[in-house]
Design a protein around this ligand. Sequence first.
Ligand code: IMP
Ligand code: MG
Length: 183
Amino acid sequence: MTTSPADPRLMGREVRRIVFDEQQIAARVAALGREIAMAYPDGELLALGLLKGSFMFTADLVRHIPRPMQVDFIVASSYGAGTVSSGEVRLLYDPETSIEGKDVLLVEDIVDSGRTMQMLVALLQKRRPRSIAICALLHKHIAEHLEHPVKFVGFDAPNEFLVGYGLDHAENFRHVPYIASLA
Ligand code: IMP
Ligand code: MG
């Protein structure tokens, strides 16, 4: 399907197709929130949104988790495009909220190779949470084997470059309310 919606937010860029529209996203995020609430019947839940990509997803998701919880964010340094990961991740914003003893839900926009999330889980595990789980809006299923699998997935994503709903291309398109594939 090829669509080029006349959307000024796209700055005249050709969009190959809208992969997930606003209604699909809203329905799936609400269901994911209910799923997460059921998975944590007790305990102290802390959602940690990985900025910047997960800002919109985190904001929508937590509104659908009807139980006490805390919300904070995390900013990690990312390896540059095309570079080999050093196997280390550096926190540029370290959450002020304590992690020890809590059920930590790491909220990510998209899992591609999964390296970012795997390194973050390893780092946060040193702070002795009760549990730690990954929730990703999109999962490309590129990685063969992830030591810490993604427990909550919004959508299986095609192996295309996606923008919108928090996902960017050079910081553009994060505000687009749907998810599109760039041509
Ligand atoms: P990973 O460590 O390879 O899983 O990379 C995940 C990160 O790469 C995400 O948090 C995004 O910032 C970025 N990324 C991966 N695929 C896409 C995409 O299709 N569009 C926009 N950003 C992406
Ligand atoms: Mg990101």
